[in-house]
Design a binder for this molecule. Structure first.
Ligand SMILES: *[C@@H]1O[C@H](CO)[C@@H](O)[C@H](O)[C@H]1NC(C)=O
Ligand SMILES: [Zn+2]
Length: 186
């Protein structure tokens, strides 16, 4: 019994380490329905990192509020059919489902149909996201590879590597440029 408990506990820990991060579904954060969806041809070869350049958040309630605000801005002001990013990452350690892994995003010029866009909630020009957010993003990358939505031979890029922008902020860019499979130049 004790042994069984240990085995179960150990496999639960492994699943957490190797599997997917906690993903807060659209229903959970209170998303509006999209006006339309274009299916993404997967696996895509690129993952592109952004920051929202807005307020940071460290709880599910405050991150959900941020994500709803970003969706409203993208749908009502930008007139996009939905929130632009495929996923958003909070300093609460949660991942928030945007367009998800099977819908083309609107997060980058020319590259959206061949990439997944992950955006850290906050402004990371002068400080890096906390460990909870960085670990959630790394875990999300492994998760989408294991599910077959991102190629095993993917390349990681910052938004600034493909469009003229400061995104994802100097401090965050410095961190991701040391991650596996980072490729700044096209
Ligand atoms: C992000 O932070 C930087 C430096 O801390 C600041 O200069 C910039 O205006 C901020 N960006 C936004 C969109 O607020
Ligand atoms: Zn960006």
């Amino acid at each position: 019994m004790l042994l069984l408990t240990r085995v179960v506990l150990l496999s639960a820990l492994c699943a957490a380490a190797l599997g997917c991060p906690r993903i807060i579904s659209r229903r959970q954060w209170g998303a509006r329905p999209p006006r339309n969806r274009v299916p993404l041809r997967t696996p895509v070869p690129y993952v592109i990192i952004h920051h929202t350049a807005g307020n940071p958040c460290t709880s599910q309630a405050s991150c959900s509020r941020q994500v709803r605000g970003i969706q409203n801005y993208h749908m009502d002001t930008q007139r996009w059919p939905d929130i632009g990013y495929n996923f958003l990452i909070g300093e609460d350690g949660n991942v928030y489902e945007g367009r998800g892994w099977s819908t083309v995003g609107a997060h980058v010029m020319y590259w959206s149909a061949k990439s997944l866009g992950f955006s850290f909630l906050g402004n990371f020009s002068s400080r890096a996201p906390n460990a909870a957010a960085l670990n959630a993003a790394k875990s999300l990358i492994q998760c989408v590879v294991s599910k077959g939505f991102l190629s095993r031979s993917y390349f990681l890029k910052g938004h600034r590597n493909v469009n003229p922008t400061d995104c994802p902020g100097n401090a965050l860019y410095k961190v991701i440029s040391r991650w596996p499979r980072f490729k700044g130049k096209p």
